[in-house]
Design a protein around this ligand. Structure first.
Ligand SMILES: Cc1cc2nc3c(=O)[nH]c(=O)nc-3n(C[C@H](O)[C@H](O)[C@H](O)COP(=O)(O)OP(=O)(O)OC[C@H]3O[C@@H](n4cnc5c(N)ncnc54)[C@H](O)[C@@H]3O)c2cc1C
Ligand code: SF4
Length: 311
């Protein structure tokens, strides 16, 4: 029997949550769709119900409340640069957003969708027949990890480019789910399990990203990829220093979750690089080799620390 395909387009958050509860076993929120639809086409997602949230106008604004910048989850990546509070206080967020995908995709892709985009692996992001030919892996109904030659865990890469910068600026995610509204530190939603990379409630709708505006962050962002457009990250690094001298680093592309650490030490460089290398579970599931990406972690972090005058 062919399963019924359902598409709905709520106009309010409440409507969206109700629809999600009605289709709890088999739905996905659809924002820009640049991740959801590709995964559907490739057979990596067999969801039958799509809840298109792009009609919810309240999720499209950028506002300031007290010292908090509130960026609606549906703000398009390409539009971030249009807001003076973003470009003035968080210019590196605009740089990171500009490193995502390609110009056309950024006009559709949203910031909420970006921090929630699916983990990737060259053995998983392939067509159905390709995956069938190699025997499938843990992330798609197989029973081993192909990239590691048989491990029983999935190390698909966390690839959001904006998330490392947002984490370095202490962003919180405003989420509405069955338990009401919650404000969660962005880094806390990532599990480190490549099969189920986030721990949000299934109904959870991300409504906003909240950024404190009184910390005077200086942030350096770098991204390793074969081409300067379209390609996903093979390594993303963000390093920040705030007005109190607290250093925070977040890495993407080298582990199933962002690798995050902070330090107040005057000579934090060696300690943070050692931590990044220890915690990044880099495997050979990318166009670049594992040793090269590990080497580039050192190169990018050293360059970032130099640019921020961190010893
Ligand atoms: C060719 C190509 C290249 C790409 N390159 C990059 C890249 O370099 N860097 C990068 O980071 N990404 C890249 N992407 C992935 C994707 O385009 C971006 O991550 C984009 O920002 C996703 O946003 P979206 O609005 O399209 O998300 P969608 O595809 O609509 O959604 C992504 C996920 O988030 C969920 N979701 C979306 N919004 C909400 C919400 N408000 N509340 C709850 N759940 C929600 C969806 O259910 C889905 O699971 C690329 C995609 C393509 C096709
Ligand atoms: S890391 Fe292993 S289990 Fe995960 S998607 Fe890649 S091959 Fe599959």
């Amino acid at each position: 029997m062919i399963a019924e395909k359902i598409y709905c387009k709520p106009n309010t958050v409440e409507e969206a949550i109700n629809l999600a509860m009605n289709h709890a076993d088999d739905f996905r929120y659809l924002a820009g769709g640049t991740d959801v639809i590709i995964n559907k086409f490739q057979g990596n997602s067999d969801t039958n119900c799509l809840i298109d949230i792009t009609g919810i106008e309240t999720l499209k604004s950028v506002t300031v409340e007290g010292n908090m910048l509130r960026i609606g989850a549906l703000v398009k990546l390409d539009d971030l640069k249009k807001y003076k509070f973003i470009i003035g206080n968080f210019p590196t967020l605009v740089v990171a957003a500009h490193a995502v995908a390609s110009p056309m995709l950024r006009k559709t892709a949203t910031i909420g969708g970006n921090v929630l985009c699916e983990n990737r692996c060259i053995f998983y992001n392939q067509s159905e027949w390709w995956r069938e030919a190699v025997g499938y892996c843990l992330k798609c109904d197989g029973d081993i990890c192909i990239a590691t030659g048989g491990k029983k865990a999935c190390f698909s890469k966390f690839v959001s480019d904006t998330a490392p910068v947002l984490i370095c600026c202490d962003a919180k995610l405003e989420v509405i789910d069955r338990n009401g509204i919650q404000h969660l530190p962005l880094e806390s939603i990532y599990t480190g399990d490549g099969i189920k990379p986030r721990n949000l409630d299934k109904m959870a709708l991300v409504t906003r990203l909240l950024l404190p505006m009184d910390n005077d962050y200086k942030v350096v962002f770098k991204k390793l990829r074969p081409r300067q457009s379209v390609d996903y990250s093979s390594l993303t690094t963000a390093v920040s220093i705030n007005k109190n001298g607290r250093i925070k680093m977040a890495l993407g592309g080298v582990d199933p979750k962002p690798v995050v650490a902070e330090s107040q030490a005057a000579n934090a460089r060696e300690e943070l690089i050692a931590y990044a290398l220890k915690k990044s579970r880099v495997i050979d599931n990318d166009v670049y080799s594992r040793p090269y990406r590990r080497e580039m972690i050192k190169v990018y972090l050293n360059r970032s620390f130099d640019e921020l005058n961190i010893k």
